[in-house]
Write a protein of this length. Structure first.
Length: 90
């Protein structure tokens, strides 16, 4: 079985992905900067409104993938937040 996942950075794009046949979405913000953590509002509404799985990405910031201790603390807080909202995979 092939799972179709769409990477989206807006609620409208998430709805389009679902309508277009995506099995799940990878939700982020700011795709132009390699994707950053989606806002609370976008994540909450995507989880409430979509009938497919919503997997948020949780990088601490744009601009690269080398993280220090402060960045890791931000990731942990973001993961806790996504879990509280019920995001799968968080």
């Amino acid at each position: 079985m092939i799972i179709v996942e769409a990477c989206v950075d807006t609620l409208a794009s998430a709805h389009h992905a679902e309508t277009g046949g995506a099995d799940r979405i990878e939700l982020c913000d700011n795709l132009g900067d390699a994707g950053t953590t989606p806002s609370h509002g976008v994540l909450r509404l995507a989880l409430e409104q979509l009938g497919i799985a919503v997997f948020p990405i949780i990088p601490p910031r744009g601009g690269g993938f080398v993280y220090d201790a402060a960045d890791i603390a931000v990731v942990r807080a973001g993961l806790q937040h996504a879990r509280r909202l019920g995001a799968p995979g968080a």
